[in-house]
Design a protein around this ligand. Structure first.
Ligand code: HEC
Length: 89
């Protein structure tokens, strides 16, 4: 009876540890997404994907702020997208 309790307890700890490690890895992966990836995933949801060449660097800075509100991006993600947009003209 006791052995079963110990084994169940161990399995439970391993499960918790696995879930914890995986959720950490997942959020790290989100942080590591490139500007191009974030752009491809987010900017097409409401309208056609604007091409990086469509606007000047100054315009992209403003658009980035404007769209950040709509898309719910973090500051870091919005900066990556804007940097990507700027790098492409
Ligand atoms: C939640 C919906 C939504 C998402 C997601 C979204 N946009 Fe927009 N976007 C709009 C709307 C609505 C307009 C037009 C009205 C306005 O300009 O306020 C617009 C307009 C624009 C314009 C101006 C287009 C023009 O021809 O003048 C650009 C550029 C733009 N978005 C870029 C982006 C980028 C870059 C992203 C990704 C970070 C993005 N949008 C994500 C809703 C969205």
């Amino acid at each position: 009876m006791n052995k079963i309790k110990v084994i169940t307890g161990l399995m439970f700890s391993v499960l918790i540890a696995t879930i914890f490690t995986q959720s950490c890895t997942t959020s790290k992966m989100i942080e590591q997404k490139s500007g191009a990836q974030l752009w491809g995933e987010n900017c097409i949801r409401c309208h056609n994907m604007p091409s990086p060449a469509d606007f000047t660097d100054v315009q992209w800075a403003t658009i980035g702020l404007h769209m950040q509100d709509r898309v719910n991006l973090t500051d870091a993600e919005a900066k990556k997208i804007v940097d990507f947009m700027k790098s492409a003209n």
